[in-house]
Design a protein around this ligand. Sequence first.
Ligand code: TYM
Length: 338
Amino acid sequence: RKVIFSGIQPTGVPHLGNYLGALREWKRLQDEADPATTDLFFCIVDLHALTIPRPGKELRAARQEMLAALLALGIDPAKSTLYFQSDSKLQLTDTASVTDPVARASLKLGLFSYPVLQAADILLHRATHVPVGDDQRQHLEFARECVTNFNHTYCAYPDPNEEPSKAMTEAMLSPPEIILPSASAAKRIMSLTSPDKKMSKSDPSPKSRILLTDDAATIHKKIRGAVTDGLGPVSYDPVNRPGVANLLHIVSALDQKGRDPVTLMKEEGLEGCGMADLKDFVSDRVCEELGPIRERFEIYMRSPWDMRVEIEESAERAQKSAAKNMRLYKKVMGMSWD
Ligand code: TYM
C-alpha cells in the first residue's frame, strides 16, 4: 500500500509558505488518491510543540486554529486521517532513538530528539511518501537512516542462511520518499521582509509572512511592503533579485496553468513593468486563493465542538494504525511472548 504521511506544528494559523510548500499538496494528494490503494495521515504535531515552553491555553488555541485552517483548506477527515499527535498515544520514539546511528556524546540530545520524534511519526504509520517543503529534506534523510537501521537490526538475522520470520518480513520498512510540491517555485517561499530567509512563523515581524486568514486589505498591505530592490523594472534573477523572484515564485506557484516564473512573467506582461504593478498582480492572485479559505476558517472557529466531532473517528483510525504497527514492531524487537 501507499501510505502518505505528513505533519505540521500547531503554530496557529499557517502561513503562505506552509500552504504552498505542503498543505496544498496534502489536499491535492488527498483528492487524487485511490482509497483502494492509498492511506493518508495528516498530523498536527502538538507533542513536538512542547519544545517551546508556553502556557497550556496558548497551545490549546493554536491547535484549534491549525485544525480549523486544515479543514478550511479542504483536508477531509473522511478521506484523510487527520489527528493530533497527542491523540495517537503510542510513540515510536524509543525505537527510533536506539537505532539512531549518530550518537556522539558531545552533541546535545535536543539536536537529536526533534528528528527522532519526526522519524517516529513517519515510521509509526509505515509511511511510504512524505509531502513536505524543502526545509524538511534533512529530517527525511534521517528517517530513512532509521529505517535502514531498523530493518538491519530487527528484520534480518545475522546468519544469511536463517530465513526471516513472517513477522520480520511484515515489519520490514521501506525508506519513506520525500514529495516536494509539484510547482517547484513553491518548495521554499521566502520572507517578505528579508527575502534571504524562508517565510517562517518564528520571524518576529508579522509583515514577513501572509497568514491563510489575512483579509484582502492586509494581504495588499503586506505585499506592497515586501522588500524588493532598486535595480529597475521587473526581471527574474533569483540570485541578484531574491525579493522580486520570491514574488514571481508565489504567483507561479498559484498559477492555474502551472507556468514557471519566467513564462508567467512574460505572458502576463510583467517583465519590465514597475514593482507596484507586479505587487498588485501578486496580491490579487493571493486574495483569490485565500478568500474562500478565510471564510470557511471563520465558520469552523465559531464551532470548535463541531470540529472535535468531525475528527473524532479520524483520531481513532490513527490510534488503531499506531497500535497495530507497534504490536508488530514489539514482536520483532523481542518485546512479546511469542
Ligand atoms: P512545520 O510546521 O515547520 O511546517 C509545515 C510544512 O510547511 C513547510 N514549510 C514551507 N514550505 C515552503 N516554504 C516555506 N517558507 C515553508 N515553511 C514551512 C514545511 O516544509 C512543512 O512541510 N518538522 C515538521 C513537522 C513534522 C513532520 C513530521 C513533517 C513533524 N513530524 C513527519 C513530516 C513528517 C515541521 O516543523 O513543519
